[in-house]
Design a protein around this ligand. Structure first.
Ligand code: PLP
Length: 370
């Protein structure tokens, strides 16, 4: 091969098919559009981030950890696991570079090329990306019209799956699946159920009692949303004990860096900071849903999904971007029609600006397209 590949062709010869197209969709292009329109103060409601900086305790502990960054982070990682046990009880935990890192490692432990992976859709795209990278056979299963999950349909799709993904509260719909349904699914499948709880802090549902009754349940969590540490990349999961040694073999030797691990500990201990943000989200989630003038799917998360018909999601994203507001079109989520946007709950000024501008867009077009 050497010497005979000329520039531009090398990728075609070397890169695996699963990476030749697609990939994760970032919320960047709309930001360029806003800047082109001369808007400097942009409402960032596209990525479900916490609009506020992390807890001061998280910042202090993260910075302090850098003083000892000459050492490998094994002690810091162990301290985080200890902190998780103190926070939630004596469960078994694993950590990763974001929950995304945990998902990738679990798939690597379980999935051989051609093995089944079931995914309840429409949902978060990374499960499919990570499974495809492992040459899995994806079995998508469609949620019902109200985005609830039919346990029979799920169990059927997951019948020969090594691992299945169910997100609750679901991204991008916000839908919360009742624990009874999860329990029915767990009893009906052989493989692992990965229950993605990235947004669990924003709803009232508690799935943890299921951990003690089922040894095929993994509950994924992240420090990126309620705990305001998206940039620190810390995820973790409640796992059955039997997985732990395999996880250690399949992951990179150090799943977290010491600054991130210590920042996470500081954040986990400052419950008050997190609770204040959760209260803010609940109050505004209700108000934005009520006042935006479009149908909204009930949400247990820090975002809402808005049906913007007769606009498409893509058109509405562009309209809002020109007015300095970034939201996410749901057009790239397989299994959803093209007329939805996902809007994060932001700081007060961001939410108010969103309400004002979406109402203005509606009124400017009333009588025309409706
Ligand atoms: C944000 C998000 C995650 C990923 O979180 P990281 O810890 O930042 O990797 C996982 N699942 C869902 C559904 C998310 O929305």
């Amino acid at each position: 091969m050497a010497g005979r590949i000329t520039g531009g062709k090398r990728d075609a010869l070397l890169v695996r098919d699963c990476f030749r197209a697609g990939g994760y969709v970032f919320a960047k292009k709309a930001g360029d559009l806003a800047r082109e329109n001369g808007i400097s103060r942009i409402a960032r409601l596209a990525s479900n981030e916490n609009p506020y900086p992390p807890s001061p305790d998280a910042i202090r502990q993260g910075c302090d950890a850098l003083r000892e960054a000459n050492r490998y982070p094994d002690e810091c990682m162990e301290q985080l696991l200890q902190c998780l046990r103190e926070t939630y009880g004596s469960y078994h935990f694993v950590s990763g570079v974001g929950m995304d890192g945990v998902i990738e490692t679990l798939i690597r432990i379980l999935v051989n090329p051609g093995d089944g992976v079931a995914i309840a859709t429409p949902t978060f795209s990374f499960y499919g990306l990570a499974a495809r990278a492992q040459s899995a056979e994806i079995h998508p299963l469609q949620r019902d019209e109200d985005y609830s999950v039919d346990p029979g349909v799920f169990i059927n799709a997951a019948a020969d799956a090594k691992i299945s993904f169910l997100c609750s509260p679901n991204n991008p719909t916000g839908t919360v699946t009742p624990p009874e349904i999860i329990e029915e699914i767990l009893a009906g499948i052989e493989g692992i159920l990965f229950l993605d709880n990235a947004y669990i802090e924003f709803c009232d549902t508690d799935y943890l009692p299921l951990m003690n009754r089922h040894d095929n349940l993994v509950i994924g969590r992240t420090m990126s949303k309620a705990y305001a540490l998206a940039g620190a990349r810390v995820g973790y999961a409640f796992v059955p004990a039997w997985i732990v040694p395999f996880y250690q073999r399949a992951s990179t030797p150090f799943t977290l860096n010491s600054a991130s691990a210590q920042a996470a500990i500081g954040a986990l201990k400052d419950r008050e900071f997190m609770n204040r943000y959760v209260t803010h989200v609940r109050t505004w989630r209700e108000r934005v849903a009520r006042e935006c003038g479009f149908p909204v799917t009930p949400s247990g998360a820090n975002f809402i999904m808005v049906d913007v018909a007769p606009w498409t999601g893509d058109t509405m994203v562009r309209e809002l971007a020109m007015r300095g507001i970034l939201v996410r079109s749901c057009a790239s989520f397989p299994g959803l029609p093209d007329h939805y946007i996902r809007v994060s709950i932001g700081d007060e000024w961001e939410n108010e600006l969103f309400l004002k501008e979406i109402q203005a867009i509606r009124e400017a077009n009333s009588g025309l397209s409706q």
